[in-house]
Design a protein around this ligand. Structure first.
Ligand SMILES: Nc1nc2c(ncn2[C@@H]2O[C@H](COP(=O)(O)OP(=O)(O)O)[C@@H](O)[C@H]2O)c(=O)[nH]1
Ligand SMILES: [Mg+2]
Length: 410
């Protein structure tokens, strides 16, 4: 007997099969095979669970709203155009990509058209109150260009009206000039600091009562670097409703630590589910019970890294296809590596082994997703390099399995 061998079920253990994913009666039975369709389904489910972060962006034309959105959420937002009106004839536009919705106004200016903007926004907010949370506007940025050196009363009034509508507001000073002093510290232009203090003195209903100072684009001519973007993201996280934060994690492109933490959480959740499922010893033939858990985990991690479903699907199939036995899924293929499982007829795995395997699969896939988000694993033709993905995944998986002592310990 090896130490991986399963004792008989503990007293009071759930009957066989009780650990299977709950049948909510909605969809077909969970997939037992790792297929393209199964991954796509899991991805769609992950997208629904993560939801969407909806940000409204206001401020005068040319202050740098679009540039700011691109700097934090990636170029895809601008590349795909200006969006569409939320309803016929509306000046409120929405633009959706991945886990993000951006709302802005077109053809109306704060100050001149404040009443109109507020009225359209109010109508929209009231309408979306009856809709799911992912359809609602979660937060607003109000942007003022620092180099304009002024903040108008009409802008203050507009911000107060946003707050009256129930929107959390982050006030942003954009295009803030700054330079490094001899000690490498960032020094902001004094007149901008004076403007920020002037605004801060107005006790506006905004994050911290004070504007966040940002420059979204480095300017090679003046030497002003990009700065303040993480401060703006942190302020946005602090004000965003809890239910929208995972979507914000997925949508943003500048804070990999937040993505890594969310992916880690997905791995832990799946490992716990696998442990619970394996608590009733899983007969070897039934190891497919782990497939839906691991599919869901992998889809969730891919969605957190905002990897398009097509690429995520191709990569997941590449990763989990064992080199020697085409089409074998990682979950079941891995069992062959565990002493006493693959070799003993009618053997079963314990919950802790199921959990450990899921951990190892999750960490290996997380590594692949980080690489894909960094633009790795591309062929010259721009397609995904399946063989490299497979190698990276298998190396990480083998390392994880070894660390957890899933190979024989003599
Ligand atoms: N150097 C620098 N230029 C910026 C910055 N933000 C915007 N710009 C420039 O200002 C102009 C207007 O920016 P845009 O984002 O289109 O403004 P919007 O009308 O508020 O969406 C563009 O030419 C941008 O390149 C910034 O942070 N730094
Ligand atoms: Mg714009």
């Amino acid at each position: 007997m090896t130490d991986q061998q399963v004792p008989s079920a503990p007293p009071g253990a759930a009957p066989p099969g009780a650990g299977r994913p709950a049948d909510d009666g909605s969809a077909a039975a969970p997939p037992e095979e790792w297929s393209q369709a199964a991954f796509e389904d899991a991805f769609a489910k992950a997208e629904v669970e993560i939801g969407r972060f909806n940000l409204a962006v206001f401020g005068k034309t040319g202050v740098g709203k679009s540039t700011l959105v691109n700097a934090i959420f990636g170029e895809a937002v601008a590349a795909t155009g200006i969006g569409r009106p939320v309803t016929m004839g509306s000046h409120l536009y929405v633009h959706r990509t991945g886990r993000l919705g951006i709302y802005d106004t077109q053809g109306l200016e704060v100050g001149r058209d404040t009443d109109r903007i507020v009225a359209e926004l109010q109508r929209f907010i009231e309408h979306t109150r009856t809709l799911p949370f992912t359809e609602q506007v979660h937060l607003a940025w109000y942007c003022v260009r620092a180099t304009d050196r002024r903040f108008e009363d009409t802008e203050a009034a507009f911000i107060r009206r946003l707050a009256d509508l129930g929107l959390p507001v982050v006030l942003v000073l954009t295009q803030v000039p700054a330079r490094r002093d001899s000690a490498g510290q960032l020094v902001v232009a004094p007149d901008v600091l004076a403007l920020a203090d002037l605004i801060g003195a107005q006790a506006l209903p905004v994050h911290g009562g004070h504007p966040v100072l940002v420059n979204a684009l480095a300017d090679p001519f003046t030497g002003v670097e990009a700065h303040g973007l993480l401060d703006l993201l942190d302020a946005t996280f602090r004000l965003a409703p809890q239910e929208a934060t995972e979507a914000l994690v997925a949508a943003q492109k500048i804070d990999p630590a937040r993505k890594a933490a969310a992916a880690e959480k997905a791995v832990n959740t799946a490992a716990a589910a696998a442990t619970a499922a394996g608590f009733t010893p899983i007969p070897f033939a039934d190891a497919a019970i782990l497939v839906p858990i691991q599919l869901g985990m992998m889809a969730r991690i891919a969605a957190i890294y905002d990897i398009p479903v097509e690429r995520a699907t191709v990569a997941s199939l590449a990763a989990t296809t064992a080199t020697t036995q085409g089409g074998r899924a990682a979950a079941t293929g891995l069992l062959k590596l565990v002493p006493g499982i693959g070799t003993i007829a009618g053997g079963a795995i314990t919950g802790s082994v199921a959990g450990s395997i899921t951990f190892a699969v999750g960490h290996a896939w997380h590594r692949v997703c980080i690489g894909m988000a960094e633009g790795k694993y591309q062929t010259v033709a721009g397609t995904l390099d399946s063989r490299t993905i497979q190698r990276v995944f298998n190396e990480e998986l083998a390392a994880g399995v070894r660390r957890r002592g899933l190979f024989g310990r003599r």
